[in-house]
Structure formats: structure tokens, C-alpha cells
Design a protein around this ligand. Structure first.
Ligand code: AMP
Length: 373
């Protein structure tokens, strides 16, 4: 499936090429066509699944059909999200995906001076990303009117309730026009969220993607106790057995390059991707990997965030990450959509504390494998 097949318009396609997204993630593949048809949506997806683009792209595309011009603008899309960090990230996504349109967007959140936010609002925006408190505040001060909103997105609804925003949401809802599209996203669906969604959505289509943390059961996890100087030998031995697609995680960019050099010397075709590589080089490395030209890719955590590789056979943690949660994200790269997968972890003595954290987090012990001489 390509973005073009999802009927995404040219200015957005061009922006996605610039982002080097080669294909839609599962939540995008499911949600975009529904949202483009104007339906309400109930999306069950976590951060990391590509859910932001799943709502941002159809909103941009629908608003861009109208082509607003000049300063005579009303807020036509409102994204409500619980935290300042998420709000900023979402705003960045809108900036990236709407790069080749005339649409204007801005982000507001509390804890900072409101003046620059109000100034931007006065110049006219089409898309507003907001945390609930500051939004209500600026509405009360008459800096914001929501009566032109056509698309309302409630992001991370479960976190929103956990953080006690239910009353704010209930105050905001009546300020929105009755006639609108609502896209509702939550990572989990407890009873409280289900009933909130029912009260907000109109004949919604439900889209659900498997959260990364629950993929763990379908992945075979193995632990190798190996000291740093012996890690590269072990990696070479494992990769010399036939593998179709392996993602190796390195904690540092320098480490990723070093592993790539060692493997290439041993005739194992591979490439490293990380923040010091140009966008073009990263894209080439991914294309080679996806097409099967290379079988191994070495990545840092940050570089790997944007990679969506279907049918990844194996993930190797050459180094352990700093925090246990990252392990879950890393190994969630394999075993997607119910497929099996294998995750190997190389652990030196000094890294063992992280393994203990990981075992606690996932609620099971990693299988230690003896290394034969
Ligand atoms: P999100 O779940 O929206 O927080 O997205 C997680 C990460 O995936 C972000 O870094 C996005 O830039 C990236 N991303 C979203 N969609 C795609 C895609 N189709 N291909 C590659 N990366 C993507």
C-alpha cells in the first residue's frame, strides 16, 4: 500500500516524500480513507504507531480543498491533546505535512506567556492544537471562537481522563458546532473512555492497531551474556546464518558505524542509519533494506523511530537501551500484526541492571542462551 493509493493529494504526497515516509503505517492505512470520507472515527492506537499523521493528513487534505487565503481565517480544525510536549509534536507534524499548502496552524499550551500565542491567533489560523486549560482560558478571554470548527480531534483520550481533564472537555464540547467530523484517539479503551466516545461520536468507524507492548508475547526473546569486546564476533556468527531482515540497535551513532564496518568486512551487507547521515543516505539505506538488497540495518533509537518495515524477522539489541520502555519499542519492530519474530539481546555485566528493569516491566524473564565456543 502506498500513500498515493490512499488518494492523498499532491501537496501532501510531496511533503511525505520530504519526510521520507515510504508507506503508510497500519493505523494510517485504515484511518485515512475513513476520515477522508468525512466519517467520525474511534481510533485505538498508541503513540509510535503513526497516529498523528493518521488524523493530520486527512484534516489537511479536507481543509486544503477550500484553500483559505489572507487573514480572514477561522479555526476550522481543533486538536485537543493532554500535554504540552504532545501539543508541540503534533504542531510539528502539521507544519511538516501542510508544508506545500496555504494552511496556517498554531499551538497553544499553558505555563508560558499567552501574548505570542494570542498574536499568532489574531493573524488568523486554520488549525489549532491546544491543551485544554489554555484553550478554555483564551476562549474565556474572547481570543478564540470555536464556531467554525469542522474537524475536532481528541488525542490520547485515556491520558486526558487520567490527568483529570474530563470537566474541561465537558465544558468545551458544547462550544463546538454540532455539525462536524470528530476523530477520537485513545491508547486504551476502558469503560470510562468507551462511554465518553459514545457521547461524542456520531456513527463512528472503529480502527484498532495492536499496541507495541502487547506484541511481546508473539516475539521469541533471547538473552546472551556477552562482554563488549566479544559482541561483534557474536553478531557476525549469528548473522552468518541465513536471515532475511534484521534490525540491529546501537546506542550511539559512532557504535552503529563501527558495527557496520565490521559486518561489511565479513561480507555481511549492511548499512547504518542515524542522525549524522543525510536524509538521502538514510532513504537509500531503507530502500536497499526493504527491497532485500541488504539484509541487515543498524540504527540508533532515534533513527529507528520513523522506520516502518513490514515483516522484520529479527531485532538485535547490540547494546541495551538506557530505559526498559525503549526495549519494548525496539522489539515491537518485529512480530508485527501477529507474525512471529525474534529479539536477541546482548548483555554485558554492566548492562545487567537494565535487563532486570526490562524483566520487571514485561513481567517475564528473558531466556538466557549459552554461547557455544
Ligand atoms: P506518532 O505515533 O504519530 O507519534 O508517530 C511516531 C513516529 O512515526 C513519528 O516520528 C513519525 O514521524 C513517524 N511516522 C509516522 N508515519 C510514518 C510513516 N508512514 N512512515 C515512516 N514514519 C512515520
Amino acid at each position: 500500500m502506498t500513500f498515493k493509493e490512499l488518494d492523498i493529494s499532491d501537496p501532501i504526497l510531496k511533503a511525505l516524500v520530504k519526510k521520507a515516509y515510504s508507506s503508510p503505517t497500519p493505523v494510517q492505512e485504515q484511518a485515512i480513507p475513513i476520515a477522508l470520507k468525512g466519517h467520525d472515527l474511534l481510533g485505538i492506537a498508541q503513540t509510535g504507531t503513526g497516529k498523528t499523521a493518521a488524523f493530520a493528513i486527512p484534516v489537511i487534505q479536507q481543509l486544503n480543498r477550500i484553500q483559505p487565503k489572507g487573514t480572514e481565517r477561522n479555526i476550522q480544525a481543533l486538536v485537543l491533546t493532554p500535554t504540552r510536549e504532545l501539543a508541540i509534536q503534533i504542531d510539528d507534524c502539521f507544519r511538516d505535512y501542510s508544508r506545500y499548502t496555504n494552511l496556517r496552524h498554531t499551538v497553544i499550551f499553558g505555563g508560558v506567556n499567552q501574548k505570542p500565542q494570542v498574536d499568532t491567533l489574531k493573524r488568523g489560523v486554520d488549525i489549532l492544537i491546544a491543551t485544554p486549560g489554555r484553550l478554555l482560558d483564551l476562549i474565556n478571554q474572547k481570543h478564540i471562537r470555536l464556531n467554525s470548527v469542522k474537524h475536532f480531534i481528541l488525542d490520547e483520550a485515556d491520558r486526558m481522563l487520567d490527568m483529570g481533564f474530563i470537566h474541561d472537555i465537558k465544558r468545551l464540547l458544547p462550544m463546538l458546532p454540532k455539525q462536524k467530523q470528530t476523530l477520537f484517539f485513545s491508547a486504551t479503551m476502558p469503560q470510562s473512555i468507551a462511554s465518553l466516545s459514545k457521547s461524542i461520536l456520531n456513527k463512528p468507524v472503529r480502527v484498532e492497531v495492536t499496541p507495541e507492548s502487547s506484541v511481546v508475547d508473539t516475539i521469541e526473546q533471547k538473552l546472551y551474556f556477552v562482554e563488549k569486546p566479544q559482541k561483534s564476533q557474536l553478531l557476525v556468527r549469528i548473522l552468518q546464518k541465513k536471515r532475511r531482515s534484521v534490525l540491529v540497535f546501537s546506542r550511539t551513532k559512532h557504535g552503529a558505524d563501527k558495527i557496520a564496518r565490521i559486518l561489511n568486512k565479513q561480507g555481511i551487507g549492511c548499512e547504518a542509519i542515524h542522525g549524522n547521515k543525510t536524509q538521502g543516505a538514510r532513504q537509500r539505506a531503507l530502500t536497499d533494506f526493504k527491497s532485500g538488497k541488504t539484509h541487515v540495518i543498524i540504527a540508533t533509537d532515534i533513527a529507528a523511530r520513523g522506520i516502518d518495515i513490514a515483516n522484520l524477522e529479527m531485532v538485535i539489541n547490540y547494546d541495551l537501551p538506557d530505559v526498559a520502555e525503549t526495549y519494548v519499542h525496539r522489539i515491537g519492530r518485529t512480530g508485527r500484526a501477529g507474525n512471529g519474530g525474534t529479539a536477541l539481546t546482548f548483555c554485558s555485566q554492566e548492562e545487567y541492571a537494565v535487563v532486570k528493569d526490562i524483566q520487571k516491566l514485561i513481567g517475564k524473564k528473558l531466556n538466557a542462551v549459552a554461547i557455544s565456543a
